[in-house]
Design a protein around this ligand. Structure first.
Ligand code: SAM
Length: 252
């Protein structure tokens, strides 16, 4: 995978390109609630919080949240966007979090695990910051359980390139279980449609997905040309939905 420096790319357009509707956000909050303890408040960590897509909603649903994010620019955008009093953002990474040991009930990593360079170190650091019984909600993709977004098929080698950004499920599980974690659940969730196919094309043009950074200029041009032709046939149709995986682990 060509690694992404969010301080030089994607940060300007990320919030727009990856915006979620309230209904989409609620699907995830419900999914997280189903695998978290019922008591409230819960102290949360949003690890790789980016522009804070989830952080305020987590605070509203579960209790105070610390967003940990290495990119200065992504963090700045999060700070200007989220006004929730239960949210703070700190500089840090999954491998090195500026929070006390045993201080969190759960950590969410929403599409940030594949960016982590030193995964064993991150798994140890997550174990340090969570309380015993703490949960890790890993909304990651896996090369062998890969979502099939409707637009991907228009790009040459699209599915293959996108899946190659991610580890197979057993490899991720082994990283954690070798350190004493256990899997508590694995399932898929489907967000409601993101809008029309035309809206979605406009957002895809912002290229706020690491997938696009892996393609050659020719592949990008060919893919967008084919996608545009397809969308032009029915731009107002709802963008098709697709299922996305969530792996939950518990610190024993
Ligand atoms: C695709 S974005 C996801 C952001 C947010 N979780 C969301 O869903 O909108 C990936 C984020 O992971 C961050 N990231 C990169 N390396 C990281 C690391 N080692 N630990 C934690 N986050 C990291 C990036 O800076 C970026 O903000």
């Amino acid at each position: 995978m060509r690694s992404i420096d969010y301080d030089t790319e994607q940060y300007q357009d990320y919030a727009r390109g990856r915006a979620l509707t309230q209904q989409q956000l609620q699907v995830w909050i419900n999914a997280f609630a189903a695998v978290l303890p019922e008591r409230r408040p819960l102290a949360g960590l949003d690890v790789g919080s980016g522009t804070g897509r989830f952080t305020p909603a987590l605070a509203g649903a579960f209790g105070p949240v610390t967003g940990v994010e290495p990119s200065v620019r992504m963090r700045e955008i999060a700070q200007t966007q989220s006004q929730h009093p239960g949210v703070r953002y700190l500089a840090g990474a999954a491998e090195d979090m500026p929070v006390p040991s045993g201080s969190a009930d759960y950590a969410l990593m929403f599409l940030s695990w594949h960016h982590v360079q030193d995964k064993p170190r991150a798994a140890r650091e997550l174990a340090r910051v969570l309380r015993p019984g703490g949960r890790l909600l890993l909304r990651a993709n896996f090369s062998d359980h890969h979502p099939r977004p409707w637009w991907l098929e228009y790009f040459p080698r699209g599915y293959e390139v996108d899946a190659s950004l991610f580890q197979p499920l057993h490899e991720v599980i082994a990283t954690f279980t070798s350190l004493g974690w256990r899997v508590t659940s694995f399932g898929t969730f489907t967000e409601p449609s993101a809008g029309t196919r035309g809206d979605m094309l406009e957002r895809l043009r912002l290229r706020t997905l690491s997938f696009f950074a892996q393609l050659s200029p020719d592949e990008l041009e060919a893919g967008f040309r084919r996608l545009e032709q397809s969308v032009a046939a029915d731009p107002g149709a709802p963008a098709p939905v697709f299922a996305e995986p969530l792996l939950t682990l518990e610190l024993c």
